[in-house]
Write a protein that binds this ligand. Structure first.
Ligand code: HEM
Ligand SMILES: [Cu+2]
Length: 644
């Protein structure tokens, strides 16, 4: 056989192998296929779209708030409406938008970045998504019918406990967040197992992309922090509906207990939100600086130390509660300390830019916008770490300014950078550069015009969470500027949306690797085939796509056949074995629906106790579906591998 025909026959056998993979991994484009999918890319995109919709809803809440606050003595909103609006705005932005959006990024990207075929538990992944949609829908529906939570996003007792809060509002909060917590926990466990067991051969821990480190750090924080919130909400529900008195000092309970439990979760949650965003920054920069992020080991160390120290600072949210001086000093010091790893990351990015050859594109602009705003939020954060300063401005608009610089600056800017950066991979289309630069400048300008003046109104004594204010206190002009800024910001965000929709509809088809990126997701098609990579990628360095050993092998290696994936060892990423991956299934949806029925039943029981029976029926549905899910599949002996 001549060399030519040999090559030809090799390429036809490769084509056949690819067609077979397509059959094994492709999902039916039917309605059933839509509900039963377990493909991490489809689930990831859905997470992002759903979280995007919740962002629009929570953002609309904010625009209504800002419209009311534009002028003194406004009457657009009643105090009760205002309470529901700011509570739903904060709660949704934190729980229904930020974390789920990053889980969407992680879902789509983590398997690609580590060269895997899917998440370790694809069905658990689908389950997490369905629970998230149901929980978010319940919470926003409560707002439509005027029964939304109204106790602020941190739901302090005694205001949120009986007898001060009657009606279903706060049960929507406690049950809604418990419901949602199921999804977040499932997602976190899935990320950890995926990263630990499914990395491509050769991807030892010290060759893992920083974004993947960030997702793992986040997932560990979720697993340790969320139980505190779940406990607090379960106790609140028992207090309210079954007279448990956990938080009732009149019967031996404690109101401070709620604050402790909430913030033991709540401060790590700030990092749960911001850490994946920092990971996005570390992923975007190399492509636009033409070099890796400097000081990789220090960056990893920073992620790990932040994940740990963030559990030791929660009392800085309680500096005004009259705890002993010693504990203030400790938490004040710890809060100052945590700026060190955050600072290390900022300096590493700056040096990466200094040392690199910069290419300015929209994702890069959003990264710069992030650094500016996040550092400003960090400055006011250090001010708050000083107890004496905190006690002066706590619960004023200075706080509102601070945490929007941290959360919007630290999470939304990087998220937008990530959306433009990976849009080619997510959708197979390129965005329009000019339109997206307009979007950047409007968002940047609008953001600072909205929130910079709040520092001033806060220092002038304007408390947060007031539905209106009298004129003549010096607050008027600053509030008006804030509101104008909010409208500019809204226009900028609208341009982002238009840009994305336009790209999906009629953007130019994206090449596989439009940015000459360094990580594995750029080594497959845009968007990736259902099986991600045909041959299993071989990793030899921290930047596999800048390494010919990896790219060369990807082009010629034999595809890994069948509906299978490879597992590797935890530390060194050595090949361990090949496992069969689960097929699409409706069971995840069924279990999520069962939990939804339980939650709805418990909420409706406010109005008619008969609904407890409804909740019981939901519990049966959960039980049945879980049993079916866990039932060992029937296999022939050959399939089970016994015969050999
Ligand atoms: C889209 C632009 C945004 C605007 C115009 C905006 C505006 C506001 C305003 C005016 C308040 C204060 C209400 C009050 O204290 O009376 C507020 C509170 C809050 N915002 Fe935003 N916000 C925006 C985006 C975000 C984002 C992206 C996040 C988080 C990721 C966020 C999280 C919060 C939280 C947690 C609160 C506190 C709610 C509470 O007091 O319980 N906001 N926002
Ligand atoms: Cu904190």
């Amino acid at each position: 056989m001549s060399v030519d025909t040999e090559e030809q026959s090799r390429s036809t056998s490769r084509d056949e192998a690819l067609a077979e993979l397509e059959r094994d991994w492709g999902e039916r484009p039917s309605l059933r296929g839509w509900f039963s999918t377990v493909d991490h890319k489809r689930i990831g995109r859905r997470y992002m779209v759903t979280a995007g919709i919740f962002f629009i809803l929570a953002g609309t809440d904010a625009m209504i708030l800002r419209t009311q606050l534009a002028r003194p003595n406004a009457t657009l909103l009643s105090p009760e409406m205002y309470d529901q609006l700011f509570t739903m705005h904060g709660t949704a932005m934190i729980f229904l938008f930020s974390t789920p959006m990053f889980f969407g990024f992680g879902n789509f990207l983590v398997p690609l970045l580590i060269g895997a075929r899917d998440m370790a538990f694809p069905r658990l992944n689908a389950f997490g998504y369905w629970v998230f949609v149901c929980a978010g829908t319940v919470m926003f529906t409560s707002q439509l019918v005027g029964r939304a939570p109204d106790g602020g996003w941190f739901g302090y007792v005694p205001l949120t406990d009986t007898p001060y809060s009657t009606g279903v509002n706060l049960d929507v909060y406690s049950l809604g967040l418990l419901f949602l917590g199921v999804s977040t926990t499932a997602g976190a466990i899935n990320f950890i197992v995926t990263v630990v067991k499914m990395r491509a051969p050769g991807m030892s821990l010290n060759r893992m992309p920083l974004f993947v480190w960030a997702i793992v750090g986040t997932s560990f924080m979720v697993i340790f922090a969320l139980p505190a919130l779940n406990l607090a909400n379960a106790m609140l529900f028992l207090d309210r509906r079954f007279g448990a008195h956990f938080f009732d000092p009149g019967h031996g309970g404690s109101t401070l207990l709620w604050q402790h439990l909430f913030w033991i979760f709540g401060h790590p949650d700030v990092y749960i939100i911001v850490m994946p965003a920092l990971g996005i920054v570390s992923a975007v920069l190399p492509a636009f600086c033409r070099r890796g992020v400097v000081a990789y080991p220090l960056m990893v160390l920073a992620i790990v130390t932040i994940s740990i120290i963030s559990f030791g600072v929660w009392v800085h949210h309680m500096f005004a509660t009259g705890l002993p001086q010693l504990s203030y000093s400790f938490f004040s010091a710890a809060s100052t300390l945590i700026t060190i790893p955050s600072g290390i990351q900022i300096f590493a990015w700056l040096f990466t830019m200094l040392r690199g050859r910069i290419v300015v594109r929209t994702p890069f602009l959003f990264v710069v916008g992030f650094i500016v705003t996040f550092v400003l939020g960090g400055f006011t954060g250090v001010m708050f770490a000083i107890t004496a300063f905190d006690q002066q401005v706590t619960d004023s608009y200075f706080v509102v300014a601070h945490f929007h610089y941290v959360l919007f600056g630290g999470a939304v800017f990087p998220m937008l950078a990530g959306i433009y950066f990976w849009l080619p991979k997510f959708t197979g289309r390129m965005y329009a550069e000019r339109l997206s630069r307009w979007a950047f400048w409007l968002v940047f300008l609008g953001f600072n015009t909205t929130f910079m003046p709040m520092h001033v109104s806060g220092l002038l004594g304007m408390p947060r969470r007031i539905y209106t204010y009298p004129g003549g206190l010096g607050w008027d002009i600053w509030n008006l500027i804030s509101t104008v800024g909010a409208y500019i910001l809204a226009v900028g965000l609208l341009l982002v949306l238009i840009g994305v929709v336009h790209a999906v509809r009629r953007g130019a088809p994206a090449p596989d690797d439009p940015w000459q990126g360094d990580t594995l997701e750029w080594g497959t098609t845009s968007p990736p085939r259902p099986y991600n990579f045909a041959p299993v990628p071989q990793v030899h360095s921290l930047h596999p796509m800048w390494d010919e050993r990896t790219t060369g092998a990807l082009a010629i290696d034999e595809p890994l056949p069948d509906h299978r994936a490879m597992t590797t060892s935890e530390l060194d990423g050595r090949e361990e074995g090949v496992i069969e991956m689960p097929e699409a299934s409706l069971l995840p949806l069924a279990v999520a629906a069962g939990i939804l029925v339980v939650v709805l039943g418990l909420l409706w029981a406010w109005y008619w106790t008969g609904w407890y029976w409804f909740a019981g029926a939901g519990a049966l549905l959960i039980f049945g579906a879980v049993a079916r899910w866990l039932w060992p599949p029937e296999r022939t002996p050959e399939e089970a591998g016994v015969a050999s």
